[in-house]
Design a protein around this ligand. Structure first.
Ligand code: DGY
Length: 325
Protein backbone atom coordinates (compact mmCIF):
# COMPACT_ATOMS: atom_id res chain seq x y z
CA UNK A 1 0.00 0.00 0.00
CA UNK A 2 1.25 3.50 -0.85
CA UNK A 3 1.97 5.89 2.05
CA UNK A 4 -0.76 8.47 2.66
CA UNK A 5 0.18 12.12 2.35
CA UNK A 6 -1.51 15.53 2.48
CA UNK A 7 -0.95 18.51 0.20
CA UNK A 8 -2.18 21.32 2.42
CA UNK A 9 -2.91 24.03 -0.21
CA UNK A 10 -3.93 24.15 -3.85
CA UNK A 11 -0.99 23.47 -6.19
CA UNK A 12 -0.58 22.82 -9.91
CA UNK A 13 -2.27 19.56 -11.07
CA UNK A 14 1.11 18.36 -12.37
CA UNK A 15 2.40 18.30 -8.78
CA UNK A 16 -0.52 16.22 -7.55
CA UNK A 17 -0.02 13.85 -10.50
CA UNK A 18 3.65 13.43 -9.69
CA UNK A 19 2.93 12.72 -6.03
CA UNK A 20 0.15 10.30 -6.95
CA UNK A 21 2.78 8.10 -8.61
CA UNK A 22 4.28 7.50 -5.16
CA UNK A 23 1.57 8.16 -2.59
CA UNK A 24 -2.11 8.07 -1.81
CA UNK A 25 -2.72 11.81 -1.96
CA UNK A 26 -5.24 13.77 0.11
CA UNK A 27 -5.22 17.14 -1.66
CA UNK A 28 -6.80 20.50 -0.87
CA UNK A 29 -7.37 21.83 -4.37
CA UNK A 30 -10.34 23.80 -2.98
CA UNK A 31 -7.66 25.72 -1.04
CA UNK A 32 -9.55 25.85 2.24
CA UNK A 33 -7.22 27.25 4.92
CA UNK A 34 -6.79 24.34 7.32
CA UNK A 35 -5.21 26.03 10.34
CA UNK A 36 -4.12 24.06 13.40
CA UNK A 37 -7.44 22.20 13.78
CA UNK A 38 -7.68 21.25 10.12
CA UNK A 39 -4.06 20.11 9.95
CA UNK A 40 -4.48 17.99 13.09
CA UNK A 41 -7.51 16.29 11.60
CA UNK A 42 -6.07 15.70 8.15
CA UNK A 43 -2.63 14.58 9.38
CA UNK A 44 -3.86 11.97 11.87
CA UNK A 45 -3.26 9.14 9.36
CA UNK A 46 -0.54 10.71 7.12
CA UNK A 47 3.13 9.81 6.68
CA UNK A 48 4.00 13.09 4.97
CA UNK A 49 2.74 16.55 4.15
CA UNK A 50 3.52 19.29 1.65
CA UNK A 51 2.95 22.60 3.42
CA UNK A 52 2.96 26.30 2.55
CA UNK A 53 4.38 29.14 4.62
CA UNK A 54 0.79 29.84 5.71
CA UNK A 55 0.41 26.48 7.47
CA UNK A 56 1.08 26.51 11.22
CA UNK A 57 2.99 23.26 11.78
CA UNK A 58 3.02 23.64 15.55
CA UNK A 59 3.99 21.22 18.30
CA UNK A 60 0.25 20.51 18.73
CA UNK A 61 -0.07 19.57 15.05
CA UNK A 62 2.99 17.32 15.21
CA UNK A 63 1.71 15.62 18.37
CA UNK A 64 -1.58 14.83 16.62
CA UNK A 65 0.18 13.11 13.71
CA UNK A 66 1.70 9.87 15.09
CA UNK A 67 2.56 8.45 11.66
CA UNK A 68 4.16 11.62 10.30
CA UNK A 69 7.73 11.27 9.00
CA UNK A 70 8.21 14.39 6.86
CA UNK A 71 6.96 17.98 6.59
CA UNK A 72 8.04 19.50 3.27
CA UNK A 73 7.44 23.23 2.94
CA UNK A 74 7.05 24.66 -0.53
CA UNK A 75 8.76 27.86 0.62
CA UNK A 76 12.29 28.81 1.50
CA UNK A 77 11.15 30.43 4.76
CA UNK A 78 10.11 27.92 7.42
CA UNK A 79 9.11 30.04 10.39
CA UNK A 80 5.70 28.35 10.14
CA UNK A 81 7.26 25.05 11.26
CA UNK A 82 8.18 24.25 14.86
CA UNK A 83 11.50 22.66 13.96
CA UNK A 84 12.27 21.57 17.52
CA UNK A 85 8.92 19.77 17.76
CA UNK A 86 9.62 18.03 14.43
CA UNK A 87 13.06 16.95 15.57
CA UNK A 88 11.73 15.77 18.93
CA UNK A 89 9.18 13.58 17.14
CA UNK A 90 11.68 12.30 14.56
CA UNK A 91 9.90 14.17 11.76
CA UNK A 92 12.09 15.46 8.92
CA UNK A 93 11.45 19.05 7.83
CA UNK A 94 12.52 20.51 4.48
CA UNK A 95 12.29 23.79 2.54
CA UNK A 96 13.00 24.93 -1.04
CA UNK A 97 16.19 27.02 -1.13
CA UNK A 98 17.74 28.12 -4.41
CA UNK A 99 14.79 27.84 -6.77
CA UNK A 100 13.20 31.19 -5.96
CA UNK A 101 16.19 33.49 -5.53
CA UNK A 102 15.99 35.29 -8.87
CA UNK A 103 12.23 35.66 -8.89
CA UNK A 104 12.23 37.14 -5.39
CA UNK A 105 15.16 39.42 -6.25
CA UNK A 106 13.19 40.61 -9.30
CA UNK A 107 10.24 41.58 -7.10
CA UNK A 108 12.53 43.43 -4.67
CA UNK A 109 13.77 45.41 -7.67
CA UNK A 110 10.26 46.00 -9.00
CA UNK A 111 9.27 47.50 -5.64
CA UNK A 112 12.51 49.48 -5.40
CA UNK A 113 12.07 51.02 -8.86
CA UNK A 114 8.37 51.65 -8.37
CA UNK A 115 8.99 53.35 -5.02
CA UNK A 116 11.86 55.46 -6.38
CA UNK A 117 9.75 56.74 -9.28
CA UNK A 118 6.42 56.76 -7.40
CA UNK A 119 4.77 54.65 -10.09
CA UNK A 120 1.60 53.41 -8.34
CA UNK A 121 0.72 56.87 -6.96
CA UNK A 122 1.34 58.53 -10.33
CA UNK A 123 -0.78 55.92 -12.07
CA UNK A 124 -3.62 56.32 -9.56
CA UNK A 125 -3.51 60.08 -10.14
CA UNK A 126 -3.67 59.63 -13.92
CA UNK A 127 -6.52 57.11 -13.70
CA UNK A 128 -8.43 59.55 -11.46
CA UNK A 129 -8.38 62.01 -14.34
CA UNK A 130 -6.16 64.47 -12.48
CA UNK A 131 -3.53 64.85 -15.24
CA UNK A 132 -4.26 68.20 -16.84
CA UNK A 133 -0.98 68.52 -18.72
CA UNK A 134 2.77 67.99 -18.61
CA UNK A 135 4.65 70.03 -16.00
CA UNK A 136 8.38 70.40 -15.49
CA UNK A 137 8.23 69.60 -11.78
CA UNK A 138 5.60 66.90 -11.85
CA UNK A 139 5.96 63.62 -9.96
CA UNK A 140 9.66 64.02 -9.23
CA UNK A 141 11.22 60.81 -8.02
CA UNK A 142 14.63 59.60 -6.91
CA UNK A 143 17.43 58.28 -9.11
CA UNK A 144 18.29 54.64 -8.64
CA UNK A 145 21.48 54.73 -10.70
CA UNK A 146 24.59 55.67 -8.70
CA UNK A 147 22.60 55.56 -5.45
CA UNK A 148 23.60 53.45 -2.43
CA UNK A 149 21.83 50.13 -2.03
CA UNK A 150 21.85 48.55 1.42
CA UNK A 151 21.01 44.89 1.88
CA UNK A 152 20.23 43.46 5.30
CA UNK A 153 20.52 39.67 5.05
CA UNK A 154 23.03 38.65 2.39
CA UNK A 155 22.07 35.08 1.57
CA UNK A 156 21.36 33.84 -1.92
CA UNK A 157 18.47 36.27 -2.53
CA UNK A 158 20.42 39.22 -1.12
CA UNK A 159 23.29 38.43 -3.47
CA UNK A 160 20.88 38.18 -6.42
CA UNK A 161 19.53 41.63 -5.50
CA UNK A 162 23.10 42.97 -5.29
CA UNK A 163 24.13 41.55 -8.68
CA UNK A 164 21.23 43.37 -10.32
CA UNK A 165 22.59 46.65 -8.90
CA UNK A 166 25.75 46.32 -11.02
CA UNK A 167 23.78 47.44 -14.07
CA UNK A 168 22.72 50.60 -12.23
CA UNK A 169 26.26 51.50 -11.14
CA UNK A 170 25.15 51.52 -7.54
CA UNK A 171 27.30 51.40 -4.45
CA UNK A 172 26.25 48.22 -2.63
CA UNK A 173 26.69 47.83 1.12
CA UNK A 174 25.40 44.98 3.21
CA UNK A 175 25.11 43.69 6.72
CA UNK A 176 24.80 40.05 7.64
CA UNK A 177 25.43 37.82 10.64
CA UNK A 178 28.56 36.58 8.90
CA UNK A 179 30.63 38.33 6.29
CA UNK A 180 30.66 36.77 2.81
CA UNK A 181 33.88 35.22 1.47
CA UNK A 182 35.88 37.69 -0.65
CA UNK A 183 35.00 36.04 -3.98
CA UNK A 184 31.26 36.31 -3.26
CA UNK A 185 31.62 39.95 -2.21
CA UNK A 186 33.54 40.65 -5.42
CA UNK A 187 30.90 38.92 -7.58
CA UNK A 188 28.30 41.42 -6.41
CA UNK A 189 30.71 44.29 -5.68
CA UNK A 190 29.29 44.57 -2.16
CA UNK A 191 31.01 46.00 0.93
CA UNK A 192 30.33 44.64 4.40
CA UNK A 193 29.41 47.39 6.90
CA UNK A 194 27.96 47.47 10.41
CA UNK A 195 24.21 47.77 10.73
CA UNK A 196 24.26 51.41 11.80
CA UNK A 197 26.40 52.47 8.81
CA UNK A 198 24.06 50.60 6.50
CA UNK A 199 21.01 52.33 7.98
CA UNK A 200 22.62 55.77 7.79
CA UNK A 201 24.04 55.46 4.27
CA UNK A 202 21.45 53.51 2.27
CA UNK A 203 19.29 55.31 -0.27
CA UNK A 204 17.44 52.03 -0.77
CA UNK A 205 17.42 49.39 1.94
CA UNK A 206 16.26 45.88 1.05
CA UNK A 207 15.41 43.45 3.85
CA UNK A 208 16.09 39.78 3.27
CA UNK A 209 16.35 38.27 6.73
CA UNK A 210 14.60 35.10 7.80
CA UNK A 211 11.97 35.71 10.48
CA UNK A 212 12.54 34.35 13.98
CA UNK A 213 12.07 35.75 17.50
CA UNK A 214 15.65 37.08 17.13
CA UNK A 215 14.79 39.13 14.02
CA UNK A 216 11.40 40.40 15.28
CA UNK A 217 11.24 44.19 14.75
CA UNK A 218 14.82 44.37 13.47
CA UNK A 219 13.65 47.61 11.87
CA UNK A 220 11.77 49.68 14.45
CA UNK A 221 11.53 53.33 15.42
CA UNK A 222 15.21 53.58 16.46
CA UNK A 223 16.47 52.09 13.19
CA UNK A 224 14.11 54.17 11.04
CA UNK A 225 15.34 57.29 12.84
CA UNK A 226 18.86 56.56 11.57
CA UNK A 227 17.76 56.35 7.93
CA UNK A 228 17.87 59.26 5.49
CA UNK A 229 14.53 61.02 5.05
CA UNK A 230 15.05 60.49 1.31
CA UNK A 231 15.48 56.72 1.68
CA UNK A 232 13.20 53.87 0.62
CA UNK A 233 12.66 50.63 2.55
CA UNK A 234 11.86 47.39 0.71
CA UNK A 235 10.69 44.25 2.53
CA UNK A 236 10.29 41.01 0.56
CA UNK A 237 11.31 38.76 3.47
CA UNK A 238 8.73 38.32 6.23
CA UNK A 239 6.28 40.43 8.16
CA UNK A 240 7.36 41.10 11.72
CA UNK A 241 10.93 41.98 10.73
CA UNK A 242 9.65 45.55 10.47
CA UNK A 243 7.61 47.24 13.19
CA UNK A 244 4.71 48.27 10.92
CA UNK A 245 3.41 50.95 13.36
CA UNK A 246 6.82 52.61 13.48
CA UNK A 247 7.11 52.46 9.69
CA UNK A 248 3.70 54.04 9.21
CA UNK A 249 4.67 56.89 11.56
CA UNK A 250 7.96 57.46 9.71
CA UNK A 251 6.25 57.50 6.29
CA UNK A 252 3.48 59.80 7.50
CA UNK A 253 5.87 62.26 9.09
CA UNK A 254 8.19 62.36 6.08
CA UNK A 255 11.04 60.81 8.06
CA UNK A 256 11.27 58.15 5.33
CA UNK A 257 10.52 58.86 1.68
CA UNK A 258 8.90 55.61 0.61
CA UNK A 259 8.48 51.89 1.14
CA UNK A 260 7.71 48.82 -0.94
CA UNK A 261 6.26 45.99 1.10
CA UNK A 262 5.39 42.45 0.04
CA UNK A 263 4.95 41.13 3.60
CA UNK A 264 3.20 42.41 6.73
CA UNK A 265 2.82 41.74 10.40
CA UNK A 266 -0.20 39.44 10.84
CA UNK A 267 -0.82 39.07 7.07
CA UNK A 268 -3.15 38.66 5.27
CA UNK A 269 -4.60 41.29 7.60
CA UNK A 270 -2.58 44.46 7.41
CA UNK A 271 -2.53 47.66 9.37
CA UNK A 272 -5.32 49.70 7.75
CA UNK A 273 -3.21 52.85 8.06
CA UNK A 274 -1.04 51.58 5.20
CA UNK A 275 -4.03 51.97 2.89
CA UNK A 276 -4.23 55.69 3.69
CA UNK A 277 -0.60 56.42 2.81
CA UNK A 278 0.42 57.27 -0.73
CA UNK A 279 4.18 56.73 -0.39
CA UNK A 280 3.98 53.01 0.30
CA UNK A 281 3.56 50.24 -2.28
CA UNK A 282 1.75 47.15 -1.07
CA UNK A 283 1.81 43.71 -2.71
CA UNK A 284 0.24 40.49 -1.36
CA UNK A 285 3.29 38.28 -0.58
CA UNK A 286 4.07 37.50 -4.23
CA UNK A 287 7.89 37.51 -4.04
CA UNK A 288 8.27 34.04 -5.57
CA UNK A 289 5.10 34.15 -7.62
CA UNK A 290 6.01 33.45 -11.21
CA UNK A 291 4.47 30.33 -12.70
CA UNK A 292 7.85 28.72 -13.39
CA UNK A 293 9.19 29.42 -9.90
CA UNK A 294 6.07 28.29 -8.06
CA UNK A 295 6.18 25.09 -10.13
CA UNK A 296 9.86 24.60 -9.24
CA UNK A 297 9.13 25.19 -5.55
CA UNK A 298 6.30 22.65 -5.46
CA UNK A 299 8.30 20.08 -7.43
CA UNK A 300 11.29 20.59 -5.11
CA UNK A 301 9.02 19.99 -2.11
CA UNK A 302 7.71 16.87 -3.85
CA UNK A 303 11.32 15.66 -4.43
CA UNK A 304 12.00 16.15 -0.74
CA UNK A 305 8.91 14.20 0.29
CA UNK A 306 9.55 11.36 -2.16
CA UNK A 307 13.13 10.99 -0.88
CA UNK A 308 12.13 11.23 2.79
CA UNK A 309 9.43 8.57 2.54
CA UNK A 310 11.72 6.30 0.50
CA UNK A 311 14.08 6.26 3.49
CA UNK A 312 16.63 8.57 1.82
CA UNK A 313 18.00 11.86 3.06
CA UNK A 314 15.88 14.59 1.43
CA UNK A 315 17.97 17.16 -0.50
CA UNK A 316 16.84 20.13 1.60
CA UNK A 317 16.72 18.63 5.07
CA UNK A 318 16.56 21.30 7.80
CA UNK A 319 16.92 19.03 10.82
CA UNK A 320 19.41 16.20 10.23
CA UNK A 321 19.04 15.39 13.95
CA UNK A 322 15.65 13.90 13.06
CA UNK A 323 17.20 11.19 10.91
CA UNK A 324 17.09 7.76 12.52
CA UNK A 325 20.49 7.20 14.19
C1 DGY B 1 9.06 31.71 0.73
O1 DGY B 1 9.45 30.83 -0.04
O2 DGY B 1 9.45 31.76 1.90
C2 DGY B 1 8.09 32.69 0.20
O3 DGY B 1 7.91 33.75 1.06
C3 DGY B 1 6.78 32.01 -0.13
O4 DGY B 1 6.11 31.73 1.03
Amino acid sequence: MKPRILVSRAVFPEVIQRLAGHFEVDDNQADVILGVAGLKERLADKAGVLTAATDPVTAEVIAAAPKLKAVCNFAVGYNNIDLAACTGAGVMATNTPGVLDDTTADLAWALLMASARRLPAAERWLRNGEWKGWEFVQWLGADVHHATLGILGMGRIGQAVARRALGFDMKVIYHNRTRLPADQEAACRACFVDKETMLRESDFLVLLLPYSPATHHTIGAAELALMKPTAHLINVARGGIVDDEALIAALRQGRLCGAGLDVFEGEPKLNADFLEIDNVILTPHIGSSSRATRMAMAMRAADNLIAALAGQRPPNLLNPEALPG
